[in-house]
Write a protein that binds this ligand. Structure first.
Ligand SMILES: *Cc1c(COP(=O)(O)O)cnc(C)c1O
Length: 362
């Protein structure tokens, strides 16, 4: 029998979520962010379903290559930018836009211009308005913009962008401060503007401007504490499931699993599900974290191991070997499992490993 651990990707839900993003940010063009293999959902299948997006955002040139290889003609933006001269030829060959965020990149573009006129490259010029990760300091904005505009190998329509650090914090002061600084920084520059990630699409309409950059929202994921995608009208795209492969009667006082962390309070049935951290299910969740069995929540007990987890079946007397189990998906929000693991939903969807079988619906 094949290993039953399966990740099912709902393409209908992806399209629904793209439509929701458009409703939230009317008038803005949408960059569908598909880095990290489409947040673990599978780059090609996600990109095909989202082919209506005006652009795709990737973190690696190899991802851009994969998108061109399946025939997608959409704009593609290399979000972390190029890092060596040879990348410029690949950008041209694949017709891919690049973010420019650092002086070393500016120097490479200037050297490239001096070595003969290649086709112009579309640039997304990134300013650091407070996240302090990537971007030029606002004080350099006009000088950098002027140097780029002077280059024959840079297309004249430069997109101006920044990235928010805390746009999930709707009451906080950081996003308004970043918005204000971006406005001041770009007041005398022309070009379309792009600021919003998913949380800003959902929470900061003033930041929508010309291009929104949607990642998590497209996959139905929330980054807001205590909220799930459905709270924003989004549908979960990933469903992780497996099957029950054993049910064992274990006596009161016996301990279950590695390091014997869980003790049976009475004689009881312990279920064994074929999934573990080797599939990408987080080992860090505590006993009591739910799985869905026959539509009902059942708590896992003991340590999650590499291939298996154990379940307390006292509330599921009808459970049978072979029954399907949902680890997260439409019936059990991944945000809830992520909270139990002390992380965010993005990390869980990105962590599904290669041995997990992939299927699509919709
Ligand atoms: C990943 C990323 C996004 C998307 O962020 P979400 O929170 O997933 O919507 C947007 N912009 C940049 C620059 C990114 O790196």
């Amino acid at each position: 029998m094949a290993r039953p651990a399966t990740v099912t990707i709902d393409l209908d839900a992806l399209r629904h979520n793209l439509a929701q993003v458009r409703l939230r940010a009317p008038g803005a063009k949408v960059m569908a962010v598909v880095k990290a293999d489409g947040y673990g959902h599978g780059l090609e299948r996600v990109a095909r379903a989202l082919a209506g997006a005006e652009a795709f955002g990737v973190a690696a040139l190899s991802d851009a290559e994969r998108l061109r290889a399946i025939g997608l003609r959409n704009r593609i933006v290399l979000l972390s930018g190029f890092d060596e001269a040879a990348d410029l030829d690949v950008l041209r060959e694949l017709d891919v836009d690049t973010v420019v965020h650092h002086a070393t990149q500016l120097a490479l573009l200037e050297a490239d211009a001096g070595s003969g006129p290649g086709a112009p490259i579309c640039v997304w010029l990134k300013f650091d308005t407070g996240m302090h990760r990537l971007g030029f300091a606002p004080a350099q904005a006009e000088a950098v913009h002027a140097r780029l505009r002077a280059l024959p190998n840079v297309a004249p329509d430069i997109v101006l962008m920044t990235h928010f650090a805390s746009s999930d914090d709707i009451a906080g002061a950081q996003t308004p401060a970043q918005l204000g600084l971006f406005g001041a920084t770009t007041a005398h520059l022309d070009g379309a503007a792009s600021l919003s990630n998913s949380a800003a699409i959902l929470g900061w309409p003033a930041a929508h401007r010309d291009w929104v950059r949607a990642g998590g929202a497209l996959y139905g994921l929330s980054v807001s504490d205590g909220k799930v995608g459905a709270d924003f009208g989004l549908r979960p795209v990933m469903r992780l499931s497996t099957r029950l492969i054993a049910i064992n009667r274990v006596a009161k006082g016996e301990r279950v699993g590695y390091s014997a962390t869980w003790q049976c309070p009475e004689d009881m049935d312990v279920g064994v599900a074929a999934i573990g951290y080797g599939d990408g299910y987080p080992r860090s969740v505590p006993a009591g974290t739910p799985v869905l069995l026959g539509g009902k929540r059942v708590p896992l007990i003991g340590r999650v191991s590499m291939d298996l987890m154990t379940l307390d079946l006292r509330s599921a007397p009808d459970a049978r070997v072979g029954d399907e189990i949902e680890l997260w998906g439409p019936g059990l929000p991944v945000e809830e499992i992520a909270a139990a693991a002390g992380t965010i939903s993005y990390e869980l969807t990105c962590s599904i490993t290669r041995r997990v079988r992939a299927a699509t619906t919709g």
